[in-house]
Every structure is written in structure tokens, then in C-alpha cells.
Write a protein that binds this ligand. Structure first.
Ligand SMILES: Cc1cc2nc3c(=O)[nH]c(=O)nc-3n(C[C@H](O)[C@H](O)[C@H](O)COP(=O)(O)O)c2cc1C
Length: 327
């Protein structure tokens, strides 16, 4: 049973990966998507999306393509050009990537219009060819995985797409249990994953609408998938993966309290502040974004949000969070 931290563009960046895997419970992370057109990217592009590849940024004892707490990170590629996807995958692996994930789920109009992400779910043959091209371009010991939705407009091609991915040589498949048309509207159709899991011989990872330990159990029962990928729930409860793992082992642990959450936010602030390449104007907005995600779960987040949202200066923002931790 494995728990993966979902790729979420603008959310699960290198900082989130470090902080959330440090809280615990995660077995793998996937980077936010790197969009491939027809060119081979220079090293710096990979390093920007995937700083865990950059030897210059490794902390003592940290392995390449792993978070600081030792969780492997896979690079997610999004695109539709077989050769460019294969070449960029091969280059990422040369730089040290421990796995490549392929995105067949992004619903964004700009991405779909240019023939990438979920729009490819209309063409299982193209998906098959893409997975195969990438599989052939990287050594066999490097996992190639894929993440798909149940379909584009409807679920009619879900089985064909899943088989295309398996036959292309993928090591596992994550399924976001909704179509592109469903967007992010609840519910997630976990039950649609059960026949796909039965059809495939590779592991199937369930994804979508897991916000609590109870949701995990419901999803597991309906989808028959043991392993899951956590997305937004991971930002609402930093300890969601840990809570699930503990419950599965029959252990009860207290939920992360507000001072501990604030410690994570302090770490977020420190990591961003120490990054000399990061424009400091991004720090306060990022702290606000994280606080906003925490609001459904922590009254304290709601209490400070209205003040925080007017603050632009990073130090004032973190001071407010520090004060709330001890109030
Ligand atoms: C802000 C945001 C950005 C996302 N970016 C990506 C991405 O880069 N690659 C990807 O495969 N999925 C992306 N997703 C989809 C998530 O990985 C996940 O499939 C989806 O949020 C459903 O899971 P959840 O209900 O646990 O959040 C994104 C989702 C959100 C909310």
C-alpha cells in the first residue's frame, strides 16, 4: 500500500514536497507538470521544475531525485510529441530522475487546445505510442508511470486508455476518478476504478476527493485500490498521509495541532527566504495560499486570513503566523 503526493501546479512544488514528506506517510512524490513541446530542454529548465535534481541545492545526506526526508520524486511530463517526450525523459534520467510520470489528465484549456493532457484521452493509440516511446528512451530500472482521468467528455474509453498505458509499458497507473468534463466537481467516481483494476496487471492508484481517513477507506472499498494519491487533501491536512498509514497499522495518533502546522509554515518561509533565486515578492502570497487551504480544517487559519491577505511584506506575514501559533 503506497501513498503518493499528487502533482499540483503552483501547490506541490519543492517546498511543499519537502515539508509534507517531512510530516510523513508519503512513499512517492510527482513534480508539477513540465510541458514539453518540440524541443529538448536545457538543464536549467529541469532544475527549475525539479530542484531535487540540482546537485548544487542538495542538502547534506540528501539523495538526488529524493526529498530531504528520502522520498523519491518522479518528474511529470506533459505533451504529445513522441520524440520530444522521449528525449526529455531520457535527459531527465541522465540528470538523475528516478522515475517519469506522464500526464493524461490536465483539463486546462491552454494545454488541451495544444493537444496535451486530458485531450489525449480521446485517442488511446496516441497514448499507447507516447508511453511506449518514453519507456523505450529510459533504462528499464527507471519506472515510467502515467496519470489519467476517466475520460474526456465521458468514460467510454477509460478501459481502452488504461490498457493502452499498460501495453505501452507503464509500471503503474494513477487514475483521477473523474472525466475532464467533470472538472473538479464532486463526487469522484471511485467505483469506476474497480473494473479497470481488475483488467490490468500493473498497480492502479486511486485519486480524487480523499480529504480524510474515512474517505480513504470509502475509496479503497469502492475502487478496490489499496494505494492512493492525495492532492488537495494534503494541503488541508498536512498529516493526512500519516493519519491513513497509522490507522492502517491500527495506531491512533493525534491530528497535527496548530502550533505544529505553524512550524511547517515557518519552514516554508525559511526555505523560500533562503532561496536566493526566488523573488521575495512571492513569499507572502505563497504563505496566504497555504493558510487559505488550511481554513476548512483550522479555525486559527480563518482567524488570521483577513489580516494576512492585506500584507505584502514577507516578514510581517510570518510574524502574524508566529503570533497565532502561541496565542
Ligand atoms: C491547483 C492544482 C494543480 C494541479 N496540477 C496538476 C499537475 O501539474 N499534474 C497533474 O497530473 N495533475 C494536476 N492536478 C490534479 C491533481 O493531481 C489531482 O489529480 C486532483 O486534484 C484530484 O485529486 P484531489 O481530489 O485529491 O485533489 C492539479 C490539481 C490542482 C487542484
Amino acid at each position: 500500500m503506497q501513498i503518493l503526493l499528487a502533482p499540483m501546479d503552483g501547490l506541490t512544488d519543492v517546498y511543499a514536497r519537502e515539508i509534507l514528506t517531512d510530516v510523513g506517510g508519503y512513499d512517492f512524490c510527482v513534480t508539477e507538470f513540465l510541458r514539453v513541446t518540440d524541443t529538448l530542454f536545457p538543464k536549467r529548465v529541469f532544475y527549475r521544475r525539479f530542484p531535487e535534481l540540482n546537485p548544487g541545492l542538495m542538502k547534506s545526506g540528501q539523495q538526488i531525485s529524493h526529498t530531504k526526508s528520502g522520498v523519491p520524486v518522479f518528474l511529470q511530463l506533459l505533451g504529445s510529441d513522441n520524440n520530444a517526450m522521449a528525449d526529455n525523459a531520457a535527459k531527465a534520467v541522465q540528470l538523475g530522475a528516478q522515475g517519469i510520470d506522464l500526464n493524461f489528465g490536465c483539463p486546462a484549456k491552454t494545454v488541451n487546445r495544444r493537444d496535451g493532457g486530458a485531450s489525449l484521452l480521446q485517442y488511446p493509440d496516441r497514448i499507447h505510442q507516447l508511453v511506449k516511446s518514453v519507456r523505450q528512451s529510459v533504462p528499464l530500472h527507471i519506472p515510467v508511470t502515467a496519470k489519467m482521468r476517466l475520460g474526456y467528455e465521458d468514460q467510454l474509453l477509460a478501459h481502452d486508455n488504461a490498457l493502452a498505458i499498460q501495453e505501452g509499458g507503464a509500471d503503474w497507473l494513477t487514475i483521477h476518478a473523474r472525466t475532464k468534463k467533470d472538472g473538479y466537481r464532486p463526487p469522484a467516481y471511485w467505483e469506476a476504478l474497480a473494473p479497470i483494476k481488475q483488467l490490468l496487471s500493473i498497480p492502479v492508484i486511486a485519486n480524487g476527493e480523499i480529504w480524510s481517513v474515512e474517505d480513504y477507506y470509502l475509496c479503497q472499498r469502492r475502487s478496490t485500490c489499496e494505494s492512493v494519491m492525495l492532492g488537495r487533501g494534503a494541503m488541508v491536512s498536512f498529516d493526512l498521509a500519516l493519519q491513513i498509514k497509522c490507522r492502517l497499522q491500527g495506531k491512533e495518533i493525534a491530528a497535527l495541532n496548530w502550533p505544529s502546522v505553524c512550524n511547517c509554515l515557518e519552514k516554508l518561509y525559511q526555505l523560500m527566504d533562503q532561496n536566493h533565486e526566488l523573488n521575495k515578492k512571492y513569499i507572502a502570497p505563497r504563505l496566504k495560499l497555504w493558510i487559505k487551504w488550511l481554513m476548512p480544517n483550522y479555525q486559527q487559519a480563518e482567524d488570521i486570513f483577513n489580516t494576512l491577505k492585506r500584507i505584502k511584506d514577507p516578514q510581517s506575514a510570518i510574524q502574524l503566523i508566529r503570533a497565532s501559533a502561541i496565542s
